[in-house]
Write a new protein. Structure first.
Length: 84
């Protein structure tokens, strides 16, 4: 089932981290209709396709600020990626 994604919905997912506008891996995975773990495995298996200026991993304090309210609902083993 394809759910239309509007720019308004995407704009609500954009956060500012390290003075950059980013979207978190879980939100990007939801847009594409895949599990976050599958997206992260693709990143780890294809590091040449994801250069450092395209994404970075959040620090624990950044992750807690960005995921306030949802971190308690998720079992987070790794800090999330932020896509610029």
């Amino acid at each position: 089932m394809n759910i239309p994604v509007t720019t308004d919905k995407i704009s609500r997912l954009i956060r500012t981290v390290r003075n950059q506008r980013v979207i978190l891996d879980a939100d990007l995975a939801a847009i594409y209709g895949v599990k976050t773990g599958h997206l992260n495995r693709a990143i780890n298996r294809n590091p040449d396709r994801f250069p450092g200026d395209f994404l970075f991993r959040l620090t624990p304090s950044e992750a807690m600020r960005c995921q306030f309210g949802i971190a308690s609902r998720r079992n987070i083993r790794y800090q999330p990626f932020a896509f610029t």
